[in-house]
Design a protein around this ligand. Structure first.
Ligand code: PEP
Ligand code: MN
Length: 347
């Protein structure tokens, strides 16, 4: 870090700051200009910048390295590619994960899986454990829902991503899903993140509703530090003052994450927009901005969906946006849905 002293900081104050930093195990390099003294501080330890900022005579403390390590691009310069069977997330191909918000019935999941597979999705999404804002809303079917997703995915040659809400559900969800989804509301459930660090399957980590990108990458760090290298980030919109859309879809998070981290990032324009008539535009923007994949809610009968019906696309709308994305992806050197995924039984 760099400590900038106040213009009129006394020699006594400067010496006291240097002594404190040395006491904290740091090396200090002093440079004194005509009006100000600047201290360059290096060392193996991480020092809380706030501890230094409150010392007498300090004007400003600037951090020069990120507070996360394993998630950072400086730690690992090359892009991480997460493999799920023969689907690779973070490579040249933009991978599409699609399906209903919630698994509701065998027929609904099976028909939606068929539709999204036909349109080019590689991964079937669907929740069996639903984090709903109201305790009176549909909470998901639990294990029977996971069974529906697994059956439909196997029939149609798709992988499964499904939400885990609690550390106690990891074993159960892992029996049926290929990727654990951590929802926005759980991005800072550190007990869950720690446990997923020991899991042997990839984790799709959604950005919290009011989380900064730094907080999001620190949450990824929990999983990576636990020994699980397969983290996929998912931008799903954040809460702002704007009320015209359900959330404000932060397209800029995509290039920001690409710069700061080696982890793949996918975009969820469904929760980002919250209205199906705006999902396609946000999906196109996300791919153009460099997203490694998309998560899109599709329902065969969204008007009767038990959750998130308004933002769930009709299968025809999904086919249409996939056609558009097949034009956008090559324009930025990416492919999308190059070959149909083989049946899961072959994996
Ligand atoms: C979901 O994917 O259906 C979901 C609940 O998403 P989020 O956690 O982003 O709200
Ligand atoms: Mn949803």
């Amino acid at each position: 870090m760099v400590v900038v002293m106040k213009e009129r900081a006394s020699e006594g104050e400067i010496d006291a700051v240097i002594a404190r930093l040395i006491d904290l195990g740091m090396d200090v390099h002093r440079s004194s200009g005509a009006t100000r003294t600047v201290l360059g501080v290096v060392g193996a330890q991480k020092v809380d910048p706030q501890l230094v900022a409150i010392l007498d005579g300090v004007h400003e403390v600037l951090r020069i390295s990120e507070p996360y390590k394993r998630a950072s691009r400086s730690f690992k310069p090359t892009d991480t590619v997460v493999s799920v069977g023969d689907v690779r997330i973070g490579g040249d191909e933009v991978v599409v994960m699609s399906g209903p918000c919630s698994a509701e019935t065998d027929e609904q999941v099976m028909a939606t899986a068929a539709a999204v597979k036909r349109a080019g999705a590689k991964i079937l999404r669907g929740g069996a454990f639903k984090p709903r804002s109201s305790p009176y809303s549909f909470q998901g079917l639990g294990e029977p829902g996971l069974q529906m997703l697994r059956r439909a995915a196997d029939v149609h040659g798709l992988a499964v991503v499904s939400e885990v809400m609690d550390a106690a559900q990891i074993e159960l969800v892992g029996r049926y899903a290929d990727i654990y989804q951590v929802g926005a509301r759980n991005m800072q459930n550190y007990t869950l993140l720690r446990e997923l660090g020991h899991a042997r399957k990839p984790v799709l980590l959604k950005r919290g509703i009011a989380a900064t990108i730094e907080e999001w990458l620190l949450s990824a760090e929990y999983i990576l530090a636990g020994g699980n290298p397969d983290v996929i980030l998912c931008e799903r919109g954040i809460r702002t003052f704007e009320t015209a859309t359900r959330n404000t879809f932060d397209v800029s998070a995509i290039p920001v994450v690409k710069k700061l981290s080696h982890l793949p990032i996918v975009a969820d324009p469904s929760h980002g927009a919250g209205r199906r008539d705006m999902v396609a535009a946000m999906a196109r923007a996300a791919v153009a901005a460099g997203a490694d994949g998309l998560m899109i809610e599709v329902h065969i009968d969204p008007d009767h969906a038990l959750s998130d019906g308004a933002q769930s696309m009709y299968p025809e709308q999904f086919e249409q946006v996939m056609r558009e994305l097949r034009i956008i992806a090559p324009a930025i050197g990416r492919t999308i849905c190059v070959a149909p995924a083989p049946a899961m039984k072959d994996r």
